[in-house]
Design a protein around this ligand. Structure first.
Ligand SMILES: [Ca+2]
Ligand SMILES: [Ca+2]
Length: 499
């Protein structure tokens, strides 16, 4: 039973993998519909398999389709029509200008007939038949929605609504700033099984994987074969419109890829003759340049003459395929490395955000058993603040009460001190008073005794001394002395016990 289940799972996994592999289109680089540096333009200024005109200038590094001068128009077109049904074009470009606002913009074309070099729609002809992808820098309708990227499909009859920046004519679009970026901006335009997808790289990083979807539209019907082109225009305001890479790949559904010997034969006899003539012309030009180079550098070319000839005599198409297959392998490796790096950065950012959310102490809501419970972090809360304030008020009241007590105690102490300051005087006065009165009393008593004694002496002198009834002098003096001692002792007793 277990073995059958395992077999079934294996079959399902295999079918799933086969299906996902089967849905990936086969790609073939189309060098006759591409340009890239170095040696983008040849010595005479021509770009192999392309023709350009108007104010466009081609150098070895890029094609300046319209320079940053007022009212310039230029375009570059493939010399021949495509010979494949589905395709992807990767363009690397820079739109730069000194102004905060630029004009007018850059256009990518896939059209049945080549446009002009000084047309009305971003430098090319109006009423085109096919697809136009516009990188519209200038906000003509003043809706503050530029720079804008949009796709417009035209059947060859409609005039472009420039005043409204395409308005309702756009198939789809996205608001993206593509001017004055630190790195070149990129667009990947894919037309496969009647689905048009435009991916955009905003040029803020040098990472080739930072593409984002700008637009995707299904059921898009373009001419079966057509010319690729780029055009640009400036107005009162002006930007440089430089395109560095234009890389075309033909796409084939699985099972329909061309044989390795070459592309499928779909070229008409006239076109084949024309292409053969072009190829002969190209060869002739190369020969001419080789001769010129030999004349200019006689020493350097002599030793490497065989190598030089081998290079030109080899099957260029085959070599290019080998080069590009090698490049694609390197590209895949770089992409997988970049994905791993992105994953690591993502994890790091997530960790950082978690740490910062803990640090800020924001209450978080956690889902625990279906019940939302706030996780209270280690921060001070309202009721704790209230408690602290209450404590502080109590302390203040206590301090106030203590102060009152101290004032009261101070007052009392002062009054006591004053009382103490007054107290000795009063006691002395009272004691002094008592002593003086006592002394006076004693004086009066002594004086009274004295007077009594004088009267007794005078009577004794005037009257004859009595024989029987009279008290002797010594007895009298003894009584008087005894009285004085008693009075003195009594006064001393009062003084000592403060009565
Ligand atoms: Ca515009
Ligand atoms: Ca606008």
């Amino acid at each position: 039973m277990g073995a059958e289940v395992r077999w079934l799972i294996n079959i399902l996994v295999f079918a799933n993998v086969y299906h996902s592999l089967a849905s990936v289109p086969f790609r073939k680089f189309e060098y006759k519909f591409s340009f890239k540096p170095p040696y983008l333009a040849q010595k005479d200024g021509s770009v192999p398999f392309w023709e350009y005109g108007g104010n466009a200038i081609a150098s070895s590094e890029n094609v300046r389709i319209a320079p940053s001068l007022r009212s310039q128009k230029g375009a570059i077109w493939t010399k021949s029509k495509t010979v494949f049904d589905w395709w992807e074009v990767d363009i690397v470009f820079r739109i730069t200008g000194r102004g905060r606002i630029g004009a007018d913009g850059l256009a990518f074309w896939f059209v049945e007939n080549k446009g002009a070099y000084d047309g009305q729609v971003f430098g090319s002809s109006d009423k085109w038949k096919g697809l136009g992808i516009f990188f519209d820098s200038f906000d003509n309708d003043n809706k503050h929605n530029n720079p804008y990227i949009m796709a417009v499909v035209n059947d060859g009859t409609k005039e472009f609504d420039h005043a409204n920046d395409g308005g309702t004519q756009a198939l789809a679009g996205c608001l993206r700033d593509f001017r004055n970026k630190p790195y070149p901006t990129r667009a990947k335009i894919e037309y496969y099984m009647n689905t048009l997808t435009v991916l955009f790289h905003n040029g803020m990083t040098n990472n080739e994987q930072d593409f984002e979807v700008c637009l995707r539209a299904e059921n898009v019907h373009l001419p079966k074969y057509g010319y690729f082109g780029l055009s640009a225009a400036t107005g009162g305001l002006a930007d440089d419109h430089d395109v560095q890479h234009f890389l075309t790949s033909s796409l084939y559904p699985p099972g329909q890829q061309p044989t390795p010997a070459g592309q499928p034969v779909r070229v008409s006899p006239e076109e084949e003759t024309k292409l053969t003539q072009e190829y002969a012309e190209y060869q002739r030009k190369l020969e001419h340049q080789k001769e010129e180079y030999k004349k200019e550098h006689p020493g350097t070319t002599k030793d490497h003459e065989g190598e030089f000839d081998d290079w030109y005599e080899s099957d260029s198409q085959r070599e290019l395929r080998q080069i590009f297959s090698g490049q694609s392998q390197i590209f895949e490796q770089v992409r997988s490395l970049s994905q791993k790096l992105d994953e690591m950065i993502g994890r790091q950012e997530r960790t950082m955000s978690l740490i910062s959310s803990i640090q800020t102490g924001a209450p978080q809501i956690a889902q625990q058993g279906g019940v939302q419970q706030p996780i209270m972090t280690d921060s001070i809360r309202r009721h704790e603040v209230d408690a602290v304030l209450q404590n502080q008020n109590n302390l203040l009241n206590l301090a106030r009460e203590l102060r009152n007590y101290i004032v009261e105690v101070h007052t009392k102490a002062e009054s006591i001190m004053q009382a103490q300051a007054r107290a000795p005087t009063a006691q002395v006065q009272s004691l002094g008073y008592d002593t003086v009165s006592l002394v006076n009393e004693l004086k009066d008593g002594i004086n009274g005794v004295k007077r009594e004694m004088e009267t007794v002496g005078q009577r004794m002198l005037t009257q004859p001394p009595c024989a029987t009834n009279c008290v002797s002098m010594i007895t009298l003096l003894m009584v008087a002395g005894g009285l004085l001692i008693i009075i003195f002792l009594y006064s001393l007793y009062r003084y000592l016990y403060n009565i």
